[in-house]
Write a protein that binds this ligand. Structure first.
Ligand SMILES: [Mn+2]
Length: 279
């Protein structure tokens, strides 16, 4: 596994063959995972949107070395927009391969052909390599799980709570193996946003198939599924994170966006104590 160690050592100028190996190996690990993956009940880091920012993933790599007893859940949106999209996603894939027991990638709304074609990843990969290489990444995107849960009530996904779902089984039964998000439940899990309001669901300017979920929807979902604390990413906040619904939902963003946000991760220790940490 010399090629893997080389990437982990910071040699991010990968070849087509390296990418083919990386994507094939990650796909083989992830294809059999359920839509909602069980994670440990404490000592977990949650990583928000990376969007092609190498400094952010290098910061996470340092935390992985420092916090050996912790698991790391990447909440999606690895490429698009930023300056080092291929390098960033390759390093995430390499970390997921090198430590499969404690690193988990889930799927964000940008892990889709439609979105990656609009926001830069498609252009970047086809310019540097080829459409064939781009399609190898798509094969990984479509097998990434959509959410995580734990026995003590953690729930996390990229976007938010979907309308009309009252059990984890309904999410587990969805078919995620598609380059896009034809399934409305999976689409909303990757796209929805929380809103500090008393409604259940409302329209969202992100699109017709996207909702804003309010306190009522959050409370009902939490009660039905047994959620005590929820993590999600997907939105930029200047401080890099934001608490909703009396601190029961925390949104995290791990890219800097040219200084628009402090790149943060969240560390969940014992007893649901959440520590925001700057990358
Ligand atoms: Mn997003």
């Amino acid at each position: 596994m010399d090629f893997l160690q080389s990437i982990l050592d910071g040699n991010l100028d990968t070849t087509r063959e390296d990418i083919e190996k990386l994507t094939r190996m990650v796909r083989n690990i992830y294809r059999t995972k359920p839509n909602v993956v069980e994670i440990p009940s404490r000592n977990v880091f949650f990583v928000g949107d990376l969007h092609g920012e190498l400094d952010s993933i290098l910061g996470v790599q340092r935390l992985l070395l420092k916090y050996k007893t912790h698991s790391f859940v990447f909440l999606g949106d690895y490429a698009d927009r930023g300056p080092a999209q291929i390098e960033t996603i390759n390093l995430v894939l390499a970390l997921a391969l090198s430590e499969p027991e404690r690193v988990l990638m889930i799927r964000g709304n940008h892990e889709s052909d439609e979105v990656a074609r609009r926001y830069g990843f498609y252009s970047e990969v086809t310019r540097k390599f080829s459409f064939e290489v781009y399609s190898k990444y798509l094969e990984v995107f479509q097998v990434l799980p959509i959410a995580v849960t734990s026995s003590n009530g953690i729930f996390a996904c990229h976007g938010g709570i979907p309308e009309g779902v009252s059990s984890l089984d309904e999410i587990q039964r969805c078919n995620r193996v598609n380059q896009n998000f034809p399934d409305d439940i999976l689409h909303q899990l990757a796209w929805n946003d929380p809103k500090e309001a008393d409604f259940r669901f409302a329209a969202n300017s992100r699109g017709m198939r996207v909702k804003a979920f309010g306190r009522k929807a959050f409370n009902e979902f939490s009660e039905n599924i047994g959620v005590k604390i929820m993590f999600r990413a997907h939105e930029i906040f200047p401080e890099g994170f934001k608490k909703f619904f009396d601190g029961k939902l925390i949104s995290v963003f791990s890219a800097a966006y040219h200084g628009a946000a402090v790149p943060m991760v969240l560390r969940l220790g014992a007893d649901f104590k959440v520590e925001p940490m700057k990358l």
